[in-house]
Ligand binder design. Structure first.
Ligand code: FES
Ligand code: FES
Length: 167
């Protein structure tokens, strides 16, 4: 009988602005690598097959489901997780909007919602309510009924727009 062979790959990427290099099996998902190899447990795993959106991270600025890609596929990329959103130790404008508008209940979906909102507002800084609902339709929430999440995203868009005008 064939013996199991070691299949470790070098994964070298940037996570939240920090260079990271580690060994991972080829089949290790990016989500598991973030949570178990890099201790970034803010990224949550719900369905583990691409449906719930709770594992969403930014990969070179695009929102991706980290349960659906292998860590080694992210080599050479810039990954942003929920831990990387705060600015100088303060909540960023999207995190503040979710807090102020009660867009969080149990919090399980929240990391994915925040990351998806970043990608959404980067592409469309002033979305309509319908565009927000469409943009978040790949992120499931079992608690909120979505109303306050949508309100949070619209508030974040307004806050960013005010900041742009002031800046
Ligand atoms: S855990 Fe990745 S989409 Fe559900
Ligand atoms: S706040 Fe609980 S799943 Fe969304």
């Amino acid at each position: 009988m064939a013996q199991p062979t070691s299949d470790l790959q070098i994964v070298s990427l940037s996570v939240n602005g920090q260079p990271k290099t580690f060994l991972a099996e080829s089949r290790r998902t990016l989500a598991d690598a973030l949570r178990h190899d890099l201790d970034l447990t803010g990224t949550k795993l719900g369905c583990e097959h691409g449906v719930c959106g709770s594992c969403t991270v930014l990969l070179d600025g695009a929102a991706v489901r980290s349960c659906l890609m292998f860590a080694v596929q992210a080599s050479g990329s810039e990954v942003t997780t929920v831990e990387g959103l705060a600015e100088d130790g303060e909540l960023d404008s999207i995190q503040r909007a979710f807090t102020e508008n009660h867009g969080v209940q149990c919090g399980f979906c929240t990391a994915g919602m925040l990351i998806t909102t970043h990608a959404l507002l980067a592409e469309n800084p002033q979305p309509t309510e319908a565009e927000v609902r469409d943009g978040l339709n790949g992120n499931l929430c079992r608690c909120t009924g979505y109303q306050n999440i949508v309100k949070s995203v619209l508030a974040a868009a307004d806050a960013k727009s005010t900041d742009r005008r002031a800046g």
